[in-house]
Design a protein around this ligand. Sequence first.
Ligand code: AMP
Length: 501
Amino acid sequence: MSENLFDILERGIADPEATAIETPAGERIRYADLVARTGRMANALVSLGVAPGDRVAAQVEKSVEAIVLYLATVRAGGVFLPLNTGYTPAEIDYFVGDARPRVFACDPARADALAPIAEAAGARLMTLDGDGRGSLADAADAAAPAFATVPRQADDLAALLYTSGTTGRSKGAMLTHGNLVSNTLALREAWHYSAEDVLIHALPIFHTHGLFVATNVTLFSGASMIFLPRFDVDRIFEAMTRATVLMGVPTFYVRLLQDDRLTAENTKGMRLFISGSAPLLAETHREWQARTGHAILERYGMTETNMNASNPYDGERIAGTVGLPLPGVEIIVTDPETGTELPRDEIGMIEVRGPNVFSGYWQMPEKTAAELRANGFFITGDLGKIDQRGYVHIVGRGKDLIITGGYNVYPKEIEAELDALPGVTESAVIGLPHRDFGEGVTAVLVGPAPPSEPEILAALEGRLARFKLPKRVVVVDELPRNTMGKVQKNLLRERFKDLYE
Ligand code: AMP
């Protein structure tokens, strides 16, 4: 039997009349509509030359038609390549040149700038705007709805997602049908998802979180989603009157907490609040629970592996942890130097194995071999530990580890102390070049009324070993973040690189 993600999705549709997607404009897309629209789009892609294994790239605004394009690519046996809408033409040139898609869908406003790039890569340039209109939509409208989904095996590619590449070049993570389906089913079970669920979908769809976690889990459950073009506080409160689940990055929760409408009463119909893609502050977790009565469920994943761990649905959701390995996923912590497995509670490199783990980096066999072990474990680049109860704790990216005077310093430990100080909203601890120490531990703070440097050092004395104490404290208006809410420490390191000169 075909293991094409779409075949499995379609075989599982219990009620074709049920709503799959609802838009703010009041449009309702039933499951039957989704099958027909993806059929039309798949026919259009085939007529544009897409054959099984071909890439279909898309740098388009969020729209239902963009979801249709993703599913249609998969139906046609193609490989979907979503691109961040913020990328400049120069960046797009790299991705499109590297992946050499057959079709490249872009916003009509950017078609002129991107045409030479598409041509150089041998891609057919088509357009799709935020309302789902453009030459690609026209081609789909003119095509027939019936389409025989191309049979695929679990290890055939379904998607190519480039990593955000804060160190060196972005790498294309090759994700198979089996990777996506297995993870969707694991999450559906872990989060008790059912056809009764209504998800508030306010995430971008060029990233694993919004494209796969949110969309696939909803569609594979026969549930529906309220499809918002972007995060919008008013629309989220409006949607909460009839939704059951919100999936967000930590910044969503921080912003919602700033609004008086966040009350137990206004969230009483909600079943589940999920956070991921970046660390949720323990304080945000506590405040949210105090205001609403709901414990945010934090989970952990990445482009290369889909989701790895999740706090339990029924058991204790522990703030500051990312929970337990998902069903079928193995997580170990190893010594970064030797690769040997470490005992519980010891900090080291997090490694992951399971049907969720990607099959390698596109056309980068050396990088693949360096990060994906022969025994199937993927070296995530995240440092963390597994506690006595089996909960996974992340202490930061390996590249954010600070080595000062020969000692390892994990930023998160110091950030937690700083965040707890009165007048501090949040912090980022980074290592900066330092003549004596190699790297100097440096605290970057955000207000509203941060204490002075001597006050901070006095407060941390006795709480942290001396070598961990920040050598300098700088205050900024806000921390630089990417669209998924991740603090971009590389930008902070660049900005303050001469601090100790
Ligand atoms: P990406 O590949 O862009 O999805 O980024 C994946 C990275 O985000 C992971 O390797 C982690 O460093 C980070 N990440 C994702 N979820 C969490 C979480 N719940 N807590 C801390 N870091 C997270």
